[in-house]
Write a protein that binds this ligand. Sequence first.
Ligand code: C2E
Ligand code: MG
Ligand code: MG
Length: 295
Amino acid sequence: MPLSSMGRASMSRALNAAAGDFAHSLRRSLLSELRGACQRGELSLHYQPRVALPDGSPRGAEALLRWTNPVYGEVSPLRFIPLAEASGLILPLGGWVLREAAKEAATWPGGGILSVNVSPRQVEAGVLEAQLDRALAESGLPPERLELELTETLALPDTAEIRSSLARLRQRGVGLALDDFGTGHASLARLRRLPFSSVKLDRLFLGNLPQDAENAAILRAVRQIASALRLKLVAEGVEQPEQRDFLTEIGCEEAQGWLFARAMPAGALRDYWRRAALPAAAARPAPSLAAALPC
Ligand code: C2E
Ligand code: MG
Ligand code: MG
């Protein structure tokens, strides 16, 4: 039907359908590019330092995946990680991230904790333990220097099998953080039952501190819950000195955010370590994929 003879409602339907088709074909095209991204060397890891409160001394860094594609440019992980999750590509991709990040962290002068985001899909598929063992064996990184971050935004089934798989990870000496706390199910039962060692509070709750009385109350409550469950509390997305001061006041142990440092390439992080003199004491005491691997 020619556009000129369409009514307002049919025009709107046609435009919505066209937008839906476009989004679908963009997702398909991005996914097809992502499949070859690793072999083409388009993937890299950046690292964002994490610091102790109140003094800001460095404690370690979180590995964050970056993808630069010749057609799409810099693609945000918020865009491509969900595609990788839905397609199953996250399984080999997650293994690659673990190996690369562990290799890099093994070279950090003075140690420091490496945090790596892992997908709940890696746990559910039963591949994470083998990926972890391979990354630790190849890099020589002591397990105590590694912390795995599991996001709360994707539900991980709370089954006996999942619980024992996570418990086995912890028995190796690896830390386990619940990431983005407060943005997903925020299930306290799960926080208690699963063997987490720390909880990362999402930056959603840091807005307008300390004036925002609701955010301030939520933060104080989460601090108490974390203490009761003997979990380390880490705040992410700290941008303002007032946020840092409030977090320090309520006893939040560690923080991450642009106020301290942005995510940076591995080489820049080594310079950052040299300038910040990472203390050695930062280390915390405390199915075959071969055919599917893209890297
Ligand atoms: P995340 O694990 O919660 O990482 C924190 C995100 O917040 C990062 O975004 C970081 O660059 C950003 N950020 C840090 N400080 C600030 C701040 O002060 N202000 C603001 N506005 N943002 C800040 P990024 O790198 O875009 O990553 C987004 C998400 O993608 C990550 O959230 C994580 O869930 C996921 N992701 C990244 N790399 C990986 C990976 O290797 N594997 C998996 N499974 N997920 C990953
Ligand atoms: Mg994270
Ligand atoms: Mg997070």
